[in-house]
Design a binder for this molecule. Structure first.
Ligand code: NAG
Length: 260
């Protein structure tokens, strides 16, 4: 009797497992799946490919990190690899500065920085809030921003200071709301950022606009004011796409969220 019961229980467990496997398209036991073209891959292969295609801007407008990749993305964002990738971005900015920028030093050379996950890291927030696997909660995120405890991205801070040393005007443009201005300024200063020329946040009028349009409009004004925008550093495509652009743009990695 006991053996029969055990057999039935096992059958049911296997049945449930195979159902959930087909739902998620994953072989949980082997931690493997096949791609559309029959390639046998691991979950790590799958999630690395997801991350790469986010950075390539092939995957757009995602609301949340796919459930099966949350752990992978969490690991990446707290890894040495993320730091190395960010450092490489800044190294390429430095190469550009020393080889291709003929600064006039007349007070009109400028560089634009994004804030979140460019100058300041929101990783501590996402660490406590499911690493992009949960639908974003702007109330909770803004409460966290108000505390002003976001740490600096060290490579970005080095670039910021290098540009300042070269006499380039530093322009900060962020989709943070205007009501977060004083918290943002305090946070930037506490994280080591000093001496920027202007900080543009999203006023009530701008909140109806896409972030890409808002940021492009800011650039339009800067250019008509006589600024030469040599570069933009951001972590979102909406920070660097749209017209007018800059002579060059640089994108830091960010697979946690997508801002359109
Ligand atoms: C969003 O965050 C706020 C503040 O932490 C919380 O009160 C609210 O319940 C959250 N909303 C959702 C949908 O989780």
């Amino acid at each position: 009797m006991a053996t029969t019961n055990l057999f039935f229980s096992l059958t049911i467990i296997v049945l449930i497992l195979s159902l959930s496997v087909s739902a998620a398209d994953w072989n949980i036991l082997l931690n493997q799946r096949k791609t559309r073209y029959g390639l046998q891959i691991t979950l790590k292969n799958y999630c690395e490919s997801w991350r790469m295609n986010v950075e390539l801007h092939n995957i757009r407008d995602f609301d949340i990190v796919p459930e099966e990749c949350v752990e992978y993305i969490g690991k990446y964002m707290t890894s040495t690899q993320y730091k190395v990738d960010s450092e490489r971005t800044i190294d390429e900015c430095t190469v550009y500065l020393s080889t291709s920028c003929g600064f006039k030093k007349d007070g009109s050379d400028a560089w634009i920085f994004d804030i979140d996950d460019t100058l300041l890291s929101t990783v501590p927030y996402y660490k406590k809030n499911g690493f992009g696997g949960k639908k974003s909660n702007s109330t909770a995120l803004e409460e966290w921003m108000r505390q002003g405890k976001a740490p600096a991205l060290e490579p970005s801070l080095r670039l910021f200071n290098q540009l300042k040393g070269l006499g380039v005007k530093i322009i900060l443009v962020s989709s943070r709301k205007e009501c977060l201005r004083s918290a943002t300024v305090d946070n930037l200063v506490n994280a080591g950022y000093h001496g920027w020329t202007s900080l543009t946040l999203r006023g009530a009028d701008d909140e109806n606009k896409d972030v890409e349009k808002f940021k492009a409009d800011v650039r339009k004004q800067l250019i008509s004011g006589g600024y030469r925008i040599w570069g933009i550093l951001g972590d979102q495509w909406s920070s660097i796409e749209g017209l007018p652009s800059a002579k060059r743009t640089f994108k830091l990695p960010n697979p946690l969220y997508y801002v359109a």
